[in-house]
Design a protein around this ligand. Sequence first.
Ligand SMILES: C[S@@+](CC[C@H](N)C(=O)[O-])C[C@H]1O[C@@H](n2cnc3c(N)ncnc32)[C@H](O)[C@@H]1O
Length: 231
Amino acid sequence: MTDWVSFYDFKHSVIYVNARHRDVHYRTIAQDICAYVTSPSAAVLDYGCGEATSADLIAASCAHLSMVEAAPNVRAALSARYAGHPKISVLTPEQAATQPADSFDLIVMHSVAQYLSAAEFDRLLAIFRKLLKPGGLLIVGDIVPPRFAAAAAALALLRFGAANGFFFAAVLGLMRIFVSDYLRLKKTVGLSHYDEAAMLEKLKRAGYSAQRAPRNIGHNQQRMTFLARLS
Ligand SMILES: C[S@@+](CC[C@H](N)C(=O)[O-])C[C@H]1O[C@@H](n2cnc3c(N)ncnc32)[C@H](O)[C@@H]1O
């Protein structure tokens, strides 16, 4: 395994300590994203959606949800799960990039930026500029700050587990992550970290007017969500 997409392409990603964790995780994210859907006629794009077991909640709040996933096995599972859903399509990153200009009212990229190089991230910000309707909103969530990220993530997972009935599985899950490819890839491929000022500057240079949201999407409030509009 040599990159983050193949890490996430495992059938049972070690990132989720069990099925309950995975489902509570995706339900929490879906509920948080729904709060940003301001109209039932909105077209929404979720870029790097992962296993997205609660995508139907988002689809119920908008006109159409396009889900983009780079990992082929995860994408195949999404296509099977949502086959026949009238308001959900599953796309490859290449298909997303070639959607018509001004296609989406809301684009969400949550917990993906840390796996992208600076150049990959800039390329995506340019694609999102094309895809966003005038007045549309880009949400970049779960941005990992440079300091204390691992300790904060572990603590947030334990708290999330305690609140949702999977505390002991979370303890075991953290031990499993220690012996997984996650730490090896972190050393070899690396993770991208941004503080608030660096992210605001990056979004500004990419042509967005942005601000940090009062709270992060999901359970880890040490991480940050940014709201960006075309400037
Ligand atoms: C932590 S998961 C996030 C899933 C979901 N958005 C969430 O918040 O739970 C990271 C996602 O980033 C995707 N990813 C990693 N590297 C990528 C890359 N270079 N290009 C596109 N997607 C990538 C993975 O396929 C995976 O779905």
